[in-house]
Design a binder for this molecule. Structure first.
Ligand code: SF4
Length: 131
């Protein structure tokens, strides 16, 4: 699945939840997106939820900013726009350079999410596809 297709699909799931939460404050919405709550109430949001599994093994994982708004997709490579020290890059067999975010928890921390927060998730992610 291409990143764009995944993003479009995820945007639909995100909006469905946000429409349901329209009566909550911004802080309450962010709290709702905590892994421990999402895994119980929003099973379809992430394929890992069915196994009660986290994408990053951190205690305070929040799923609101999945995917990361700092991720960029270019023609020859994907990369991190803020050059996170915990991100890295992997060369694919096809020559494409892939950004590896598996060791980075930046977008999963609530303080970071509060600084970036918008109810319109598509607007938050608008810079990720740079083609
Ligand atoms: S390395 Fe971290 S901040 Fe950068 S794109 Fe990946 S998850 Fe986002």
């Amino acid at each position: 699945m291409s990143y764009k297709i995944w993003l479009d699909d995820h945007a639909i799931k995100h909006k469905k939840i946000m429409d349901k939460l329209s009566y909550l404050s911004d802080d309450e919405v962010i709290e709702y997106f905590r892994f421990e709550n999402m895994v119980k109430k929003e099973l379809d949001f992430c394929p890992l939820y069915k196994d009660n599994q986290k994408c990053h093994e951190i205690n305070d994982l929040n799923c609101y900013l999945c995917a990361c708004p700092n991720f960029r997709v270019g023609k020859e490579k994907s990369y991190c726009d803020i050059k996170s020290i915990n991100g890295s890059q992997i060369a694919g067999k096809d020559g494409y350079i892939h950004q590896d975010c598996s060791r980075c928890s930046v977008p999963h921390k609530e303080l970071y999410i509060k600084g970036k927060f918008k109810r319109d998730w598509v607007d938050l992610m608008k810079d990720t596809i740079g083609i």
